[in-house]
Design a protein around this ligand. Structure first.
Ligand SMILES: Cc1cc2nc3c(=O)[nH]c(=O)nc-3n(C[C@H](O)[C@H](O)[C@H](O)COP(=O)(O)OP(=O)(O)OC[C@H]3O[C@@H](n4cnc5c(N)ncnc54)[C@H](O)[C@@H]3O)c2cc1C
Length: 234
């Protein structure tokens, strides 16, 4: 089935979210974590910016967007908020949970991989950048491939969902694959940071922690596999 997911309108919405995140979230993430505080005012500001009730019909006070608007919101919150948890706080609905978690996991993994590669290019050991050691090149190449596979499965599930088709199997598989891949990616990126990966001064430990909820919340990976195996007739 052919399906073009992101229209110009979706991309304009993406730009609005990015600006909101850059203004209201990024400058405060470290402070909120240090103070163990998540501000209620952020929900009010997000509402004023049209970021709440994205898929709620306009007659009920929402923005009347479609599933792709919601996907764009999660992508941007995770990608530019350097941590996925706030994305799940801002939007969650039952049917939608696996899709949201898959999108969050893919974006979180993409972000972590990108940052990990930057670090590996800058950091030298034994006279060369870490990124030049074959073992690390292959790990980055392997996980870039895994992320792309998880992303395409997730977009396929989103496409089916948007068209109103039954997407339970695809979204369960996408949630399972994307969150498992994200765990492995953030663990690998933490490892490439060496000792700094374990230190609170570097954000990679937060990406790892944020990722770990993915295979537990919204149904554990074990339960996702139970559902998939039932759908396979096992
Ligand atoms: C930060 C956070 C936020 C959360 N937010 C929400 C929320 O908003 N709403 C909500 O409803 N819940 C929420 N949860 C709960 C979450 O969905 C559960 O933690 C999760 O479903 C696992 O349930 P449990 O913790 O009771 O583990 P248990 O059910 O005790 O499972 C423990 C382990 O046993 C495995 N296991 C259990 N049954 C089977 C089986 N049949 N076959 C094989 N393995 C099995 C599990 O996969 C897991 O690895 C949240 C949890 C966390 C940590």
């Amino acid at each position: 089935m052919k399906c073009s997911l992101f229209s110009e309108e979706h991309e304009i919405f993406r730009g609005q979210i990015r600006k909101f995140v850059e203004r209201e979230i990024i400058p405060n993430v470290d402070k909120w974590e240090e103070e163990k505080y998540f501000p209620d005012e952020l929900f009010i500001k997000a509402g004023e910016a049209g970021l709440l009730g994205v898929i709620v019909p306009e007659e009920y006070g929402g923005s009347g967007g479609d599933a792709v608007h919601a996907a764009v919101l999660i992508e941007e919150l995770v990608r530019s908020g350097s941590g996925g948890v706030q994305a799940y706080n801002i939007m969650m609905g039952f049917d939608f949970e696996r899709l949201v978690m898959a999108i969050g996991a893919v974006m979180g993994a993409e972000y972590a991989l990108h940052e990990g590669m930057k670090y590996a290019k800058d950091r030298t050991a034994f006279g060369r950048p870490i990124s030049k050691f074959q073992v690390w090149k292959h790990k980055f190449a392997h996980y870039a491939t895994m992320i792309e596979a998880a992303k395409q499965l997730t977009y396929h599930g989103l496409c089916l969902y948007k068209e109103g088709e039954n997407a339970i199997k695809e979204l369960t598989m996408a949630k399972y694959l994307a969150t498992e891949v994200s765990n492995r990616v953030t663990d690998m990126v933490l490892q490439v940071h060496g000792g700094y990966g374990y230190a609170m001064d570097f954000p990679v430990q937060r990406w790892w922690r944020d990722s770990r909820i993915g295979t537990i919340g919204g149904g554990t990976s074990e339960i996702m596999l139970e559902i998939i195996s039932k759908m396979l007739g096992l």
